[in-house]
Unconditional design. Structure first.
Length: 152
């Protein structure tokens, strides 16, 4: 019998933490820092960007899914630690180690310790439409109105 809705996780490091869902209603699972330097910590100075390994890899069920890495709201709002690329995308065929680019947008240094929860992973269905080139696009009420065109 095949089990459906499974996220396979491989540990690349013995001391990597396997992510867990914090509550039954959590959409994401927390990714933890896997820091293998002597101090087991990384300091992120104001304005600095760092890449932190998670020590794990994942296997998504099929190409119908994508892994999306989002910032943890507590780190962002309380400490100014955000993702350097906004949202990380893990394609269904990627099998390497996951890592998180963090950016300190605050005025204070912040220390990430080994095992700290640094981001969250959400697995979502993704549409992969066939791409075609056309001469015209269908008109809409909004049409070409861009940024701010619909009001505040």
């Amino acid at each position: 019998m095949e089990i459906k809705n499974v996220l396979k996780i491989k540990k690349f490091s013995d001391d990597a933490k396997v992510p867990v869902r914090q509550t039954s209603g959590s959409a994401g699972i927390d990714l933890c820092a896997c820091i293998n330097n002597q101090d087991k910590k990384i300091e992120i100075n104001p304005g600095e960007m760092v890449f932190i390994s998670c020590g794990i890899g994942i296997e998504l069920e099929s190409s119908e899914y994508v892994g999306l890495i989002f910032a943890r709201s507590g780190l962002s709002v309380k400490h100014g630690i955000t993702l350097s690329n906004g949202v990380g995308v893990i394609d269904s065929d990627y099998r390497g180690e996951l890592g998180v680019g963090l950016h300190n947008i605050s005025k204070n240094a912040y220390v990430i310790n080994h095992g700290d929860r640094i981001a969250q992973l959400v697995v979502a269905k993704v549409a992969t439409p066939e791409i075609i080139t056309v001469d015209e696009l269908n008109n809409t009420d909004r049409n070409t109105g861009g940024f701010g065109s619909t009001g505040k």
